[in-house]
Design a protein around this ligand. Structure first.
Ligand SMILES: Cc1cc2nc3c(=O)[nH]c(=O)nc-3n(C[C@H](O)[C@H](O)[C@H](O)COP(=O)(O)OP(=O)(O)OC[C@H]3O[C@@H](n4cnc5c(N)ncnc54)[C@H](O)[C@@H]3O)c2cc1C
Length: 386
């Protein structure tokens, strides 16, 4: 067992420190305040070769794995830069196309995506189905030589800026399949196609990305727009949902670390009564406990990424990483806010604004309860409650 990072992996982990010299937390917050997509930073990330971390070099990527993607995302978040766009594009969409796409699809999409010339969003969630994904009703029905897509998706990150969406659809209605996870197909959908419409959702969490409802009204698709095997879409979904959980865990650990760093600095300088407030154990112990929990979660996150890259069962580690990192991140940010006293709530110090994002990640992309359901049932073997 080797816990050392290679020189290349260390550089990837430190890339966030380098990027933050030009695009720092202040830049991120300025964009986050108005849900403006951080085009300049995104392009810089593309130019530095990081959008396609998990895409083979022959298609414009770096040919690395989820482990490196996780290091990259955690390194950004360590600097207070959590980019959900990189979750839905670089972690979910691009590697799936690289793994399951036809040669024509890979040539068509990947080089442009890696270069930042085009963007993908990922559309699973529906208002009616919620966490119960097998109940989604968006359907692609056979029509002549192609398919007509109809239905509605919700909370789709970047659906306005993205050129394409990876859409999880039914190709056979739920009533006609015996196993509820049968009859799904993933489609690559051009968001400029006739019949696609969107409406913005008013999200109160400061973040550059915006969230959208997507409506499909008989959008014309061809057979060549399907990604992977027809009717087996659910099977390939886990190749993207586990990575999503893993990089989101990395974001939580990084944000927690960023908040802690700020709090430690403040707690060493601020003097009330007889000395620096960081000496008071009422403040010191929550910071120390958070540090320990964050590092444990971060280690579990890397283990999960390693499992994925080595084709090992990944569900247990991915869910454990997401659960522990989200909890540790929230605890760390809360303990950090406490150190700042009243200043914790001011724009000048910018500490309170870290909380909404880390709190969001307890609920999305998969809620704490659904993770505990997974661990209860699939890991411990307890009976299903729903
Ligand atoms: C900012 C943001 C960005 C997002 N981006 C995307 C995206 O890009 N693409 C996409 O497809 N989706 C996206 N989502 C959707 C996200 O994945 C869902 O919001 C999340 O999975 C929860 O589903 P839901 O909102 O329908 O909640 P619901 O399923 O309605 O659940 C509501 C509550 O009930 C609990 N609950 C439900 N069932 C059970 C059960 N069996 N046992 C215990 N508790 C249960 C849940 O844990 C939750 O707390 C995003 C959401 C947000 C807020």
């Amino acid at each position: 067992m080797d816990f050392d990072l290679s020189e290349e992996q260390q550089l990837i982990y430190q890339y966030g420190d380098q990027l933050a010299q030009r695009f720092d937390r202040k830049y991120w917050m300025e964009n986050a305040a108005t849900h403006r997509f951080p085009t300049e930073m995104f392009q810089q990330i593309a130019d530095d070769g990081f959008l396609g971390v998990m895409v083979p070099e022959s298609y414009g990527g770096a040919g690395l794995g989820l482990f490196e993607m996780t290091l990259f995302m955690e390194g950004l978040a360590n600097n207070g830069i959590p980019l959900l766009s990189l979750v839905v594009s670089s972690t979910m969409s691009l590697p799936l196309i690289a793994r399951y796409g036809t040669e024509e699809q890979k040539q068509r999409y990947l080089p442009d995506l890696c270069a930042g010339r085009t963007k993908f969003c990922f559309a699973i969630t529906e208002p009616g189905a919620g966490s119960n994904t097998p109940e989604i009703t968006t359907i692609a029905r056979k029509s002549g030589a192609g398919y007509l897509l109809s239905g509605q998706k919700t909370f789709i990150t970047d659906a306005n800026d993205a050129d394409f969406a990876l859409v999880v659809t039914r190709t056979t209605p739920r009533s006609e399949v015996t196993r509820k996870t049968d009859g799904f197909t993933l489609f690559l959908v051009d968001l400029k196609a006739p019949g696609v419409d969107r409406a913005e959702i008013d999200i109160r969490v400061p973040m550059p990305e915006s969230q959208w409802q997507l409506f499909f009204d008989d959008v014309q698709l061809t057979e060549a727009d399907a990604l992977g095997e027809f009717g087996r879409g659910f099977d390939i979904l886990f190749d993207t949902l586990n990575p999503e959980r893993i990089v989101v865990a990395a974001i939580c650990s990084g944000l927690g670390r960023y908040a802690l760093g700020r709090a430690v600095e403040y707690a060493c300088e601020r003097e009330v009564f007889s000395g620096p407030i960081g000496a008071y154990q009422g403040l010191q112990h929550p910071l120390a406990e958070s540090k320990a929990l964050l590092e444990a979660a971060s280690l579990m996150t890397l283990k999960a990424a390693w499992c994925f890259d080595h084709n090992r069962p990944t569900g247990e580690a991915a869910n454990t990483a997401k659960l522990t990192a989200a909890d540790a991140g929230i605890k760390a940010v809360d303990a950090s806010i406490q150190c700042f006293g009243g200043n914790g709530f001011t724009g000048d110090y910018g500490i309170y604004e870290i909380y909404p994002m880390v709190r969001l990640l307890k609920t999305a992309p998969v809620s704490r309860e659904m993770i505990l359901n997974y661990i209860g049932e699939k890991v411990l073997g307890l009976p299903r409650s729903y």
